[in-house]
Design a protein around this ligand. Structure first.
Ligand code: PLP
Length: 220
């Protein structure tokens, strides 16, 4: 599907659900995609991208930044503590703040450098053992902990379990955000971004619907 089609579907969903036009940010998830596909989207004027891995992001975005102004990079994958400094240098937003240790590391580096990306707390709404994220029952305490460290927490993020109705998870995330006075909701991917918008998503993370399927084999 083309970028303009995705944008049109986002606009239609905003209108259908009484959301202001432009209230949803499209994060084009470029992980594992060949550079020429990413460049094609940049050529069409899009500037907001998402990457899963610090190393991969560091390998391709400095070059793109030299060629295109105004790029905004969102880190959406699990972040190892020892890559935090690099992540904070590269990204304008981190959507995978998922544990106290990472919060403390980010706070220390923010103090040291005087800068911090926007932060989204990842919530493990499905309480899946293999998935990262703060457990729903621990969220309110963790938000308070982050605020006490002066971290710029803008919202919550979730990845619903593949075999469950995503709506339940989007609704839960929206409720938890409202309860904590957070405006940002990073939820919705290629298959369900319109549904996420109906539940209040402010950031949708769309990869394969824009770029085509990811070919993990080609990247190795
Ligand atoms: C890869 C990824 C996406 C994009 O997934 P698509 O199904 O290709 O749209 C969104 N969010 C996260 C956290 C991802 O890892």
């Amino acid at each position: 599907m083309s970028l303009s089609e995705i944008r049109a579907r986002i606009n239609a969903a905003e209108t259908a659900h009484g959301r202001a036009g432009g209230s949803v940010t499209l994060i084009a998830v470029s992980k594992v995609q060949p550079n020429e596909r990413v460049a094609a989207i940049l050529e069409q004027g899009h500037r907001v991208f998402g990457e899963n891995k610090v190393q991969e992001a560091a390998g391709k975005w400095p070059d793109f930044r030299e060629r295109y102004a105004g790029i905004e990079l969102h880190l959406i994958g699990p972040l190892q503590t020892n890559k935090t400094r690099q992540a904070m240098e590269l990204a304008q937003a981190i959507h995978s703040l998922d544990r106290p240790k990472l919060a403390k590391t980010i706070a220390r580096l923010a103090q040291e450098t005087g800068a911090c990306p926007d932060l989204y707390i990842q919530v493990n709404t499905g309480e899946e053992p293999q998935k990262a994220g703060i457990a729903p029952a621990e969220l309110d305490g963790f938000v308070a902990e982050c605020r006490a460290m002066d971290l710029p927490v803008k919202g919550l993020m979730c990845i619903p379990p593949v075999d469950e109705e995503a709506s339940l998870h989007f609704a839960l995330l929206a409720k938890m955000a409202a309860r904590n006075g957070l405006d940002g909701l990073s939820m919705g991917m290629s298959d369900d971004f319109e549904k996420a918008i109906s539940f209040g998503a402010t950031h949708v993370r769309v990869g394969s619907a824009i770029f085509g399927a990811r070919d993990y084999g080609a990247v190795g």
